[in-house]
Design a protein around this ligand. Structure first.
Ligand code: MF3
Ligand code: CO
Ligand code: CO
Length: 275
C-alpha cells in the first residue's frame, strides 16, 4: 500500500498525460508476468505453514529463503524505506504493513501476508488473507467481502474505464455490507519501481473525478483494506504497523493487474490459480 500524502488526500492530481504513469512495452510486460507469478507462488507456498503456533518471524524466514534461494528473486520490502523484513504480516486489527516478529498465531486469527518479489528488475505485488483455524462469523464475512471488493475492482479494468469509477464501485460494495474502506493507503502503479503513479484509491474522491483513464500497458495494484468498524486508522510507534483506531478487525487482498487491449490480465496468480 502506498500512503497517500495528506496534501493529496483531498486535493487534485494532474492528468495521466503529464504524470509518471508508465505504459509497459511487450518485453516489460513479459517480465512483469514472471515477477507477478513468482509473488503469487510465494503465497501458495506459505499456505500450509500458516497455522496456530507459528510465529510471523518464521513465516518471514520461510518466504525470504524461498524467494532468494528457490526463485532467484529479491524480496522488495526488505530495507524498503527501512522496512526490516521480507514480507508484511498483518494480523486481526492490523490494517497493513505489520512487521514479522515473535508474535505467535493462534486459533481464530486472520492474517494478511503481503509479498512483493523483484525479478529481472520488475516487481510483482500481491497479498491475501488466511484463516488460522476456524474464523468467527464476522471475520469470515469481512474476509469474503474484501475479496469480492478486490475482484469487482479488477473486473472493471479495461481501456477507457476511469480509476475513480473503480474506487467508487469498491466503496459502494463495501459500505452496503456495513463495513468501511481505509482511505490513507491505496493501490499504486508498479513496474521497475515498487510504487509508481497512478494512485489507485479504493473509494471515490470527487476532487480527482475522471482524471485518470486506463490505457493498455498500464500496470497497477488493486488492494482494498476493509475494516469491520470505522475506517479510521492509527500508525503505531514502530513507524510501520497500521491498526484500526477502534481495534476492530481489518482485511486486505491485493493483485497486480495489467490493462490489456480489451480488458485486464491478473499478473500475480500462481500457476493454475484463478481469480
Ligand atoms: N506490499 C505493500 C504494498 O502493497 C508495500 C509494503 S512496503 C513495506 O504496496 F515497506 F512495508 F514493505
Ligand atoms: Co501494493
Ligand atoms: Co503489497
Amino acid at each position: 500500500m502506498l500512503a497517500i500524502p495528506a496534501r493529496l488526500q483531498a486535493g487534485r492530481i494532474a492528468n495521466p498525460e503529464t504524470m509518471g504513469i508508465t505504459l509497459k512495452t511487450p518485453e516489460q510486460i513479459e517480465k512483469m508476468r514472471v515477477a507477478g507469478r513468482l509473488a503469487g507462488e510465494v503465497l501458495a507456498m506459505i499456505r500450509p505453514h500458516v497455522k496456530a503456533g507459528v510465529s510471523t518471524d518464521e513465516l518471514d524466514r520461510i518466504c525470504h529463503r524461498y524467494i532468494t534461494e528457490v526463485q532467484g528473486g529479491i524480496p522488495a520490502p526488505l530495507n524498503y524505506k527501512g522496512f526490516p523484513r521480507s514480507i508484511c504480516t498483518s494480523v486481526n486489527n492490523v490494517v497493513c504493513h505489520g512487521i514479522p516478529g515473535p508474535k505467535v498465531l493462534k486459533d481464530g486469527d486472520i492474517i494478511n501476508i503481503d509479498v512483493t518479489v523483484i525479478k529481472d528488475g520488475f516487481h510483482g505485488d500481491t497479498s491475501r488473507m488466511f484463516y488460522v483455524g476456524e474464523p468467527s462469523v464476522l471475520a469470515r464475512r469481512l474476509v469474503e467481502t474484501t475479496y469480492k471488493a478486490m475482484k469487482l475492482g479488477i473486473q472493471m479494468v479495461r481501456p477507457g474505464e476511469f480509476l475513480g469509477e473503480i474506487g467508487r464501485s469498491i466503496q459502494r460494495f463495501v459500505e452496503a455490507e456495513r463495513f468501511s474502506v481505509v482511505r490513507e493507503y491505496c493501490g499504486h502503479g508498479i513496474g521497475e519501481r515498487f510504487h509508481e503513479d497512478p494512485q489507485v484509491l479504493h473509494y471515490y474522491d470527487p476532487a480527482r473525478g475522471k482524471a485518470e483513464e486506463l490505457r493498455p500497458g498500464m500496470t497497477f495494484t488493486i488492494e482494498p483494506m476493509v475494516n469491520a468498524g470505522a475506517r479510521q486508522v492509527k500508525l503505531l510507534p514502530d513507524g510501520w504497523t497500521v491498526v484500526t483506531k477502534d481495534r476492530t478487525l481489518s482485511a486486505q487482498w491485493e493483485h497486480t493487474v495489467l490493462v490489456t487491449e480489451d480488458g485486464f490480465e491478473v499478473l500475480t496468480l500462481a500457476d493454475g490459480e484463478t481469480l
